[in-house]
Design a protein around this ligand. Structure first.
Ligand code: ZN
Length: 81
């Protein structure tokens, strides 16, 4: 039986690709955020490695390490009110 490889490939890409989650900045209400990478290992071309250091809100440029945790934390604060 031929396995549906599309699913496997999608899964593979899904794991590699930067996963964007529904985001709403509680500070400025902006709904986009961007990953910020370090300057890498100095190699241009194949072999270039850069690490994701943090994320930044596209609206107010607040820095955070984990979008999910960032939203969760602030959702919790909002619930308390
Ligand atoms: Zn913001």
């Amino acid at each position: 039986m031929a396995a549906p490889e599309d699913k496997d490939i999608a899964k593979l890409f899904g794991e590699k690709k930067e996963e964007k989650i529904p985001f709403r900045c509680p500070i400025c209400d902006y709904d986009e955020y961007y990953p910020v990478y370090d300057q890498g290992n100095g190699i241009i071309g194949p072999g270039y490695v850069s690490k994701l250091t943090h994320y930044v809100c596209g609206g107010c440029s607040v820095h955070f390490n984990d979008p999910k945790a960032f939203i969760k934390r602030l959702t919790r604060i909002k619930k308390k009110k």
